[in-house]
Design a protein around this ligand. Structure first.
Ligand code: FAD
Length: 511
């Protein structure tokens, strides 16, 4: 065999990949901590720590299995901090004859690797990461010729193709989607089991990050890093979820609570996105837990979870590959305002925003509805430039990798794609916040008030948004009713709402 160099990126930690079936001493695996990855956006400290820690653990485990590894640490003197430059140097110094890489999930890295292979003189090839259930281009093929890519259609196909929750050709439970059963507010009816946490000591990684002077946001506890950072921990996390949280996952999936950051969510996204655990094995565990505990876990919980993993997650990846690179430029509403300063501090009197942002800074985590209906909703109502919104989401969350961040942020949350991912913008006034959370209790603002002193900003900004974008939205059948409600309001009410919104937009950093 030719002397081969195989590249493993930081989010390609799939121990079960067929590459590792046999130990071959003609193969050298390379992993690199690089400034090009730590600096393309300002990341949360926990995100950098999680990736570096998981990469280091992966290398050690694979070396113990006999594989040869070359690992470049962030402060290594010979680390050129760039993917291309490092690989070129290693090829030359080690007399490498063939270069192989796992297909990256990010467009940016895909381009870099293609360019690298054109520049080097030795042969090269790429292989699949064997992580996802679909191939990169499956979505593009499935929705060929369609303007809107309906997730539900794709999801049903996934269920059938992979025979997941199926009874012959019919969905288990007689319905494809139990979303309507999954919309409860959490009022403490069932206790939430303690968050499953590790006490990983990550002081060494943190000291390396500090030494390298990498700019980060957020906070970290060096001796109690609770995220799973190796495969064993990821599997334990998944098992704990199946046993303790799955029984109520769906019911409270959309709920938000001031004292409960994680509710019944699995917090498995980092482990999934770095490929410590695979979606197929995760789904198998969910189904196994359900079959063994049918008295405790009903189909609505299981379906609700599986839809996220084999539906939304695979769908977003497919959209990404079907629509990049243009997707990153999309700005349907032509929004150009700055992201308010409080996104970086959580210092705002709006309790929902304060709680969601401060939690994001302390945990590098917020659950889906906090991301969509609190911070995403406000960014949209503020008519924020989607580039700024993307930068924030890409930096702050532990699981943020562009393929899944941008499709959720620019697409689902900001409707900047004009309706590829969603059929209408996800917007709400304070009503929704009050219905799904306890954030409005003790808030400085009054969720019932639309105008005047202490009126909740979400209310006037909501109507202001619709008024502002009438030309772009009025024809949308799913929104037509909103315009009928708006049109029925008196001229005076409309004027007061718009005046209030204008004041809030002008003074957004004081809210
Ligand atoms: P759970 O609620 O327990 O769900 C289980 C799993 O389902 C998740 O781990 C995730 O892998 C998958 N999933 C759920 N919803 C989605 C979705 N909409 N798209 C893709 N996968 C989904 N997810 C990321 O992994 N990375 C991101 O950068 C990211 N950015 C987001 C930005 C915005 C504005 C929004 C609205 C959502 C974003 N999501 C992102 C999706 C979702 O919020 C997270 O996957 C989820 O909160 C992770 O927490 P969890 O593991 O506890 O999820």
């Amino acid at each position: 065999m030719k002397k081969t160099l195989r590249l493993i990126l930081g989010d390609q930690l799939n121990q079960k990949h067929s590459w590792f079936k046999e130990v071959n001493h003609d193969i050298l695996y390379v992993m690199m901590e690089m400034r090009q990855e730590t600096d393309y956006v300002t990341h949360h400290i926990q995100k950098v720590v999680a990736f570096f820690s998981a990469m280091r653990a992966f290398k050690i485990e694979m070396q113990e299995k006999g594989h040869q590894f070359l690992y470049l640490g962030i402060n290594d003197a010979n680390n050129k901090q760039s993917l291309k430059e490092n690989i070129k140097r290693i090829i030359e110094e080690r007399n490498i004859e063939h270069f192989e890489y796992l297909l990256p999930d990010e467009y940016r890295l895909d381009e870099q690797l293609k360019a690298l292979c054109d520049e080097i003189t030795i042969s090269s090839s790429s292989v699949d990461t064997e992580h996802f259930l679909t191939q990169r281009n499956d979505i593009a093929t499935f929705f060929k010729g369609k303007k809107q890519f309906l997730m539900e259609n794709f999801y049903r196909k996934m269920r059938k193709d992979h025979d997941i929750l199926m009874e012959g050709k019919e969905p288990v439970g007689g319905k494809w989607n139990f979303d309507h059963d999954n919309r409860n507010k959490y009022k403490g009816e069932v206790p939430i089991p303690p968050a499953y946490s590790y006490k990983n000591d990550v002081s060494e990684v943190i000291s390396d990050i500090k030494k390298a002077n990498i700019k980060t946001i957020g906070f970290v506890d060096a001796e109690n890093f609770h995220w799973p950072i190796d495969r064993k921990q990821a599997l334990q996390f998944a098992r704990y979820f199946c046993r303790e949280l799955l029984p109520h996952f769906g019911t409270y999936q959309d709920a938000m609570h001031t004292e409960e950051k994680f509710l019944f969510h699995s917090r498995i996204s980092f482990a999934l996105n770095s490929k410590l655990i695979g979606p197929k094995e995760l789904v198998e565990k969910i189904i196994e837990a359900w079959k063994e505990n049918q008295d405790k876990i009903n189909i609505a919980q299981v379906e609700g979870y599986i839809r996220q993993v084999i539906g939304w997650r695979e769908y977003m990846r497919g959209i990404y590959w079907a629509k990049m690179p243009d997707y990153a430029e999309k700005n349907f509403f032509e929004h150009d305002r700055k992201l308010p300063d409080f996104y970086w501090t959580g210092e705002t009197k709006m309790r929902c925003m304060e709680k969601s942002i401060k939690q994001s800074l302390s945990e590098a985590y917020a659950h889906h509805i906090q991301r969509l209906m609190v911070t995403g909703n406000f960014a949209l109502l503020n008519m924020t430039d989607p580039d700024e919104v993307d930068q924030w989401y890409l930096g702050i969350y532990i699981d943020a990798i562009e393929w899944v961040e941008i499709t959720n942020t620019r697409g689902m949350s900001q409707f900047a794609d004009g309706g590829i991912v969603g059929s209408k913008p996800y917007l709400s006034s304070a009503n929704y916040m009050h219905k799904m959370s306890n954030y409005c209790t003790n808030c400085h603002y009054d969720h019932k008030k639309k105008t005047g002193d202490r009126a909740c900003p979400f209310n006037s900004l909501y109507w202001n948004f619709y008024d502002n974008h009438r030309d772009k939205l009025a024809k949308n059948q799913r929104i037509a009713m909103m315009y009928r409600t708006w049109d029925k309001k008196s001229a005076q009410e409309k004027e007061e709402l718009l005046k209030q919104a204008d004041y809030y937009l002008t003074h957004v950093n004081e809210l």
